[in-house]
Design a binder for this molecule. Structure first.
Ligand SMILES: C[S@@+](CC[C@H](N)C(=O)[O-])C[C@H]1O[C@@H](n2cnc3c(N)ncnc32)[C@H](O)[C@@H]1O
Length: 259
């Protein structure tokens, strides 16, 4: 997908709050081998590496645009590689992912697969947006189903693979996870107005739609989207109540899979 690092960083401050909550779930030990799945531009990967003493941290991402930025942050103990997070191998003391696995389908298979990468005594720690039923996302699907966009997209729409917190808890338990922590949280972002919500989603949820539309059609889509958002939020400032899922699980020293 054509990620735009500058557009994504427009809401950098707001996006760092869930990282702080996520980091609190990490059981810090010295000398950890860490993989950050979907590391993006690497700022938060570096932050993670800086907070983990004597760690060796690898950030993996599929986007060359994002990795080009990340490469500038490389240092001893911190490197970046291009690849698909669903295909990672190896054994890691910490498998970490902030705001990335929502782009990968079939979480019923993905979560056990990621948990299998965790070394005995290690941890899987993940944050992902679960905001797909917010009006800002419902409107994207609605506009995509209307003409001329429906024809331009060939009827395509993105359906979120994100599961409920009960399902993540169950998957982690069945994978043999211990010390489970699974919860949802609303991050209350105060934005200038409806157009700022459009700016936000244009850096994330709209990316796969943009990829399938011509530049003219993209602009037309954005205009319809902004107008629809302005009807819901006619005046600013607006509360963008953003729902996210966070979970963590420890792989026991001696693993006993359940059921
Ligand atoms: C919303 S950004 C999050 C970046 C970073 N973790 C952060 O919190 O700032 C999502 C990242 O996931 C990456 N991504 C999406 N699908 C991926 C995949 N299958 N394998 C690796 N990276 C992927 C994108 O390229 C993008 O950089």
């Amino acid at each position: 997908m054509p990620w735009d690092p500058d557009r994504y960083h427009q809401f950098k401050k707001e996006r760092s709050a869930p990282f702080e909550d996520l980091f609190r779930l990490v059981k810090v030990r010295p000398g950890m081998r860490v993989i950050d799945l979907g590391c993006g531009t690497g700022e938060l990967t570096r932050e993670l590496a800086d907070r983990l003493p004597d760690s060796r941290v690898t950030g993996i991402d599929s986007s060359p645009e994002m990795l080009e930025r990340a490469e500038l942050l490389r240092r001893p103990g911190l490197d970046f590689v291009q690849g698909d997070l669903a295909q990672v191998s190896g054994e890691w003391d910490l498998v970490f992912s902030n705001a990335a696995i929502q782009w990968v389908s079939d979480h019923e298979r993905l979560i056990p697969r990621l948990f299998n990468l965790v070394a005995p005594g290690g941890q899987l720690v993940v944050q992902l947006p679960s905001n797909h039923n917010h009006p800002s996302h419902q409107l994207i699907r609605q506009i995509a189903s209307e003409e001329p966009f429906c024809t331009a997209l060939g009827g395509w729409q993105r359906h979120s693979p994100v599961l409920s917190i009960e399902q993540y808890a169950d998957l982690l338990y069945r994978s043999g996870g211990e010390d489970l922590q699974v919860f949802e949280k609303i991050y209350p972002h105060i934005l200038a107005g409806a157009d700022a919500i459009a700016d936000w989603t244009s850096g994330t949820a709209l990316v796969p739609y943009f990829e399938r539309l011509s530049p003219e059609m993209r602009e037309q889509f954005m205009e319809s989207y902004r107008q629809a958002l302005r009807q819901l939020w006619p005046a600013g400032p607006v509360l963008y109540a953003f729902r996210r899922t966070l979970f963590a699980a420890v792989r026991p020293q001696r693993l006993t899979a359940v059921g």
